[in-house]
Design a binder for this molecule. Structure first.
Ligand code: BGC
Length: 752
């Protein structure tokens, strides 16, 4: 625990006050400890003026960088780090000490309303990118808040629902990215989630907040509550939560002070929490700079670059894209081209410094005629619901106009998207609004040379309509410069290099989470276990629309033979990749690991490493993917610890989880996976353990009935019947040599 004079000078009441906010965005000043400001996040700085008349969400203008859905699709740690650093600069210039991000929950279901704030359905990709984001942000002197810890994978009933998840799945899928970021980037703070985890509120989950986070991972920062997540201050502080937000919470402060005074709560947890608040304030003030500024133009340019890199080209039949910058007239269809959908709803909503729209940016990049037709409406004026879901005469007029404009131009670019992705609510369908799809049908009939550009915070269903269009661009939510980035990709100024960080299923019912989302009666069972996202699709050998890791380029890449070697701390995979097309481009080389014959249930393939490389036209790059030994470990459920299973590791190298170009096998040494034998271990478990079998043999030899027993045990069909009996139960059988005393001696001998 931090020993600090300032702490010892504080009264219990002051210490309690320190552990809750003074207002929505400020910590409490007490004694010599001043207050600091925090703000949302994550893809921009949402600094609120504090005007009590102001609305809940509007902040001062700040760069709206691409939300995590797009950053995740870049698969580019270096780029994500630069975005983190730019966010840090802005936060510092705005006097914000902690930016409330990154959000690193796993996209368990495509329906989660907040998926746009999260990176991927895979923990390795999420963890690698978020680590860099935190390095970038904190390198600029602003603290991160890793959120939402943990298992906050849906918005439905988010303040009460219990995520019921087995420990191995929790560790390997839902905690894994948190663990990586905590260990590698040392975030200043971690934000606990609203929900319960296996029945216990995350805000008062001692195992999560203290045993795992601090005890196992060595977290030395501060745990802050999500806003309004705390139901019982005393229980929360006792469990390891340091700062309750927002504040003030006078009632909670008093309850906390009383609990310490009457001995219900030890002094130590309150002292520890108050000390961590002081340490955070110190850290923040040491890094603060009232003179700091940032370059809004440079950040807008970075936002455009990052957005361009997050765009995923899903389809490009006959090379319709990129469009030439002259000589091809363009019909731009869809309200989202003029009124960009650039971020999702809720606490992450940024007031951008400026906002590019694709329509204007397309007209800037082409010298050929461009005509716009709205196609559908995104307002709720009479005749329409949001995004024109109601089909009426006004909608009919817009659709007819869109078809006419499309037919009169060389190519039609149709902007479609979702309207309702927000914090606080999940979607109930993967489908695009029906009225938008009806407009698309009309446009395609008028002009088959149609490109669809999607704006969405999580995947939408693309079948069957994608077969009717030659080109499809997944444009996610791209932040304030997304309009320019889309134009860059449409006209080939940027060669698309984004890759899917989430599978696009053929239909919702196929999704591994489909039967257990969003749960009911306060519980959501993570029934698919480890088989989240592509792991589940692969395990069930299901077709998907577009697989995890997929994305096209305007060039092509050929993979040479891969080679792999075991190194001191993992495995190194090398593969030559040649850009066989006529344009410079980027390839994301992915390595998936399989463990044939594993003793534990596993997904057929798991992302084990990746590398994002720029390769010039006609050039070959020797791509190296390093896989840390830790990333080959699994949570051994019987031992309740991480372990690497020795033996063959099959490494498939490719351009997506379903486009595997070469496979190499290495043999790695394993950790000790021996499970200690107990009285409850079965006869089969005793026999399959070399030491156990010896001990068992000695007992058989010494017992009067031993010969018969040994005979039975040697007979395979009898063993099918008897093998599953724990030794302790066999003790009850007549003639059994296993008395309690014998079993006690056997256990000692087998494990000694
Ligand atoms: C969200 C957090 C956010 C906080 C503060 C909560 O509703 O879940 O992500 O940081 O509000 O706005």
């Amino acid at each position: 625990m931090i020993s600090d004079d300032r702490l010892t000078r504080l009264s219990t009441a002051d210490k309690a006050a320190l552990t809750s906010g003074s207002a929505f965005w400020h910590t409490t000043a007490a004694g010599d400890v001043p207050s600091i400001m925090v703000a949302d996040g994550p893809h921009g700085v949402r600094k609120q003026s504090g005007d009590p008349q102001g609305d809940m969400l509007t902040g001062e203008p700040a760069t709206c960088f691409p939300p995590a859905v797009s950053l995740g699709s870049t698969w580019d740690p270096g780029l994500v780090r630069r975005v983190g650093a730019a966010l840090g600069e802005e936060a510092r210039a705005m006097g914000v000490s902690v930016l409330l991000g990154p959000g690193i929950n796993i996209k368990r279901s495509p329906l989660c309303g907040r998926n746009f704030e999260y990176y991927a359905e895979d923990p390795l990709l999420t963890g690698v990118l978020a680590t860099e984001w935190v390095h970038g942000l904190q390198g600029a002197g602003v603290g991160a808040s890793l959120k939402h810890f943990a298992a906050n994978n849906q918005e439905t009933d988010r303040m009460r629902v219990s995520a019921d998840v087995d420990e191995r799945t929790l560790r390997q899928i839902y905690l894994r990215a948190f663990e990586r970021v905590v260990r590698q980037a040392r975030p200043w703070t971690v934000m606990c989630a609203y929900n319960r985890v296996n029945g216990v509120h995350a805000a008062q989950h001692h195992w999560l907040l203290t045993e795992v986070l601090r005890g196992e991972w060595g977290f030395d920062g501060l745990v802050v509550s999500d806003w309004g997540a705390v139901v019982d201050r005393v229980a929360s502080v006792g469990a390891g939560l340091d700062l309750t937000m927002p504040g003030p919470d006078d009632t909670g402060d008093r309850a906390l002070a009383r609990a310490v005074e009457d001995g219900t709560l030890d002094t130590a947890p309150l002292d520890a929490s108050a000390a961590r608040v002081i340490a955070l304030v110190d850290r923040a003030l040491a890094a603060a700079d009232p003179e700091a500024t940032y370059d809004a133009d440079a950040h807008h340019a970075l936002a455009r670059e990052a957005a361009g890199r997050g765009i995923v080209l899903l389809r490009n039949e006959g090379g319709l894209l990129p469009l030439p910058e002259s000589g091809t007239s363009v019909a731009v269809i869809g309200e989202f081209a003029r009124t960009p959908r650039f971020q999702g709803g809720g606490s992450s909503q940024i007031t951008p410094t400026r906002l590019d729209d694709a329509l204007t940016e397309i007209t800037v990049l082409t010298s050929a005629p461009v005509t716009f037709a709205a196609g559908y409406s995104v307002d709720s004026s009479p005749g329409f619901s949001a995004a024109g879901q109601i089909w009426g005469p006004a909608a009919e007029r817009l659709a007819a106009e869109a078809a006419e404009v499309a037919g009169a131009h060389d190519v039609a670019v149709v902007f479609l998207g979702t309207v309702n992705e927000t914090e606080g609510a999940d979607r109930d369908s993967l489908d695009l609004p029906a009225a938008q799809l009806a407009v698309l049908d009309r446009v395609v009939a008028a002009n088959p040379r149609t490109v669809v550009v999607l704006s969405n915070g999580a995947v939408v269903r693309t079948t069957p309509w994608d077969r009717s269009v030659p080109a499809l661009i997944e444009g996610w939510l791209l932040g304030q410069a997304g309009g320019g980035a889309l134009a860059d990709v449409l006209f080939g100024r940027v060669n698309p290099a984004g890759r899917l960080a989430e599978t696009i299923p053929l239909r919702l019912a196929d999704h591994p989470s489909a039967l257990d989302f969003p749960g009911e009666a306060g519980h959501v069972r993570y029934g698919e276990g480890l088989h989240v996202g592509y792991r589940g699709f692969d395990a069930r050998e299901q077709e998907v629309a577009y697989p995890f890791g997929f994305g096209l380029s305007y060039t092509t890449f050929a993979y040479g033979p891969a080679a792999a070697s075991v190194t001191g701390d993992g495995v190194e995979v090398r593969v030559p990749v040649t850009n066989t097309g006529g344009r410079d481009g980027r390839e994301v080389v992915q390595v998936y690991a399989s463990r044939p014959g594993s003793r534990v249930r596993r997904a057929p393939r798991e992302l084990a490493g990746f590398a994002t490389v720029a390769i010039g036209a006609g050039e070959t790059a020797e791509v190296v993917v390093r896989i840390a030994r830790d990333d080959l470990a699994h949570w051994a459920p019987w031992l309740r610890r991480w372990a690497v299973e020795g033996g063959e590791v099959v490494l498939a190298v490719g351009a997506s989880s379903r486009d595997l170009r070469d496979t190499v096998t290495v043999t790695i040494g394993g950790d000790d996976l021996r499970v200690p034998l107990t009285a409850d271990s079965t006869l089969a478990e005793w026999m399959s353990d070399p030491r156990g079998a010896d001990v068992l043999g000695d007992v058989f030899a010494a017992a009067a009935s031993g010969g018969a027993m040994a005979g039975l045990a040697a007979d395979p069909s009898t063993m099918l019947f008897l093998g599953s009996l724990p030794l302790s139960r066999l003790a009850a059988f007549p003639g059994s040599p296993f008395t309690a005393a014998t079993i006690g001696r056997m256990v000692a001998a087998a494990n000694d």
